[in-house]
Design a protein around this ligand. Structure first.
Ligand SMILES: CC1=C(CCC(=O)O)c2cc3nc(cc4[nH]c(cc5[nH]c(cc1n2)c(C)c5CCC(=O)O)c(CCC(=O)O)c4C)C(CCC(=O)O)=C3C
Ligand SMILES: [Fe+2]
Length: 384
């Protein structure tokens, strides 16, 4: 075993959203997620019902446990002995506790990997803010600093993007055994976000809409891949799920259910619905797609196939470990190649100043500009 491949890091930190694991945890979880946010009570009650339909248990933590084991196995296969720690933003094991334990164990440099592939406040900077909270909570003057770096947003790393493309192609191949290509449509789906959050997504000096563009580019690449592999041209669109917030606030559209109605009206008879916005089966996938969108499809007489999420697919797990190695090589100043598919400029692992801003209030964040970090952290750990 050698840890050279991931030097200078002492541990990997799988960083996730969290979710309830029993009926009593649902409300406290929802309160934590929505604290200080403009979410109507009716929406909270409605989302609570989604969780209760599954016994109050989200699949997300079990998915994280499976990913933690799979990552550990892939690291060991490559001869790397580093531990894979796990912390959540909104449920146990909390990031604060995981980072505090790492400090007690003498781990000084952690490499974070989020279970979120795209660039926006909700899918990137909010994790960086929670990492700042985690190093700050329990830190007292004179304590050793736990320094945290992060893997770059990986929506277009082939481990994620090409694995999604393969899963979609397999699902469409299945549908084509029973339906004519002209009657089949492909719908990629991601989490909706407010228009204002999309417009400000990406580096502070960019035109924004990076969140939407990343999904559109991957969708177009998958469409091409399906055509090249199966020899059919399928109607393909990106749609959104899980909108919340007051109806007066615009969020990215079309909603997947509205889109299915439009497809049915156009004569489509079968749909492959691919949750490319999610790395594993979250509640948004098992409820918003497998229950709600499936019911819409049933009402419309549409055959509905839900494409699997990448989850712990071997080429996804191996791609994530490639990303860990890439980030470590970058930290060592080696200038590693950043693989991308479809080809595009990779988002940097150290976020640009003002990247995906918090539109409510500026808060300290790690893994970005030095002046966005907590002052004591910058003083002790140096710039990013
Ligand atoms: C872009 C994005 C991702 C993808 C990136 C990533 O994966 O992180 C994501 C993931 C997730 N979102 C999740 C759950 C929730 N998100 C909510 C609310 C919100 N999400 C937003 C965006 C996103 N969310 C936004 C803009 C809001 C409005 C409030 C705000 O501005 O923050 C609410 C409140 C109720 C509601 O309104 O729905 C809940 C319960 C879970 C756990 C699922 C499980 O338990 O399996 C996961 C993985
Ligand atoms: Fe969410």
């Amino acid at each position: 075993m050698t840890d050279d491949l991931l030097a200078p890091y002492d541990a990997v930190l799988l960083t996730s959203f969290g979710g309830p694991e029993g009926p009593d945890e649902v409300l406290p979880f929802l309160r934590r997620v929505t604290a200080g946010k403009d979410i109507p009570d009716e929406r909270l009650a409605e989302v609570g019902e989604h969780y209760h339909l599954f016994g109050g248990r989200s699949p997300i933590n079990d998915q994280c446990r499976a990913l933690q084991s799979a990552l550990t196995a892939e690291l060991r296969r490559r001869g790397i002995a580093l531990p894979v720690l796990w912390g959540n933003r909104n449920s146990e094991p909390f990031l604060d506790d995981t980072v505090a334990q790492a400090a007690r164990d003498g781990q000084r440099r952690l490499l974070a990997l989020t279970t979120s592939a795209y660039s926006s406040y909700s899918s990137c900077r909010q994790y960086r803010e929670n990492l700042a909270d985690a190093v700050t909570s329990g830190h007292e003057a004179g304590d050793p600093v736990v320094q945290i770096d992060k893997v770059r947003p990986y929506a277009h790393h082939p481990g994620f993007s090409a694995t999604n493309s393969r899963l979609v192609t397999e699902a469409v191949r299945g549908l084509l055994t029973e339906h004519e290509a002209g009657q089949v449509a492909l719908v990629t789906v991601t989490h909706s976000i407010p228009d204002t959050m999309d417009e400000t997504s990406g580096p502070g000096d960019s035109d924004g809409q990076v969140y939407r563009a990343q999904h559109e580019q991957l969708t177009a690449a998958i469409e091409d891949e399906v055509q090249a592999t199966l020899g059919v041209e399928l109607r393909t669109d990106l749609a959104y799920c899980s909108r919340s917030g007051p109806p007066s606030v615009p969020w990215l559209e079309p909603d997947v259910n509205d889109h299915l109605r439009e497809l049915a009206a156009l004569g489509v008879r079968a749909v492959a619905v691919a949750p490319i916005g999610f790395v594993s089966d979250h509640m948004e996938v098992v409820y918003d797609l497998d229950v709600e969108a499936k019911q819409t499809a049933d009402e419309l007489g549409l055959t509905f196939v839900r494409v699997p999420t990448v989850g712990v697919a071997p080429e996804f797990v191996s791609g994530l470990v490639d990303l860990l190695e890439e980030r470590a090589a970058e930290a060592r100043g080696e200038g590693p190649e950043a693989r991308q598919w479809p080809p595009s400029r990779p988002m940097p692992a150290v976020c640009a100043p003002g990247c995906c801003p918090n539109l409510r209030a500026a808060r300290p964040a790690l893994c970005g500009a030095a002046d966005e970090q907590p002052d004591w952290y910058t003083a002790a750990a140096g710039g990013a």
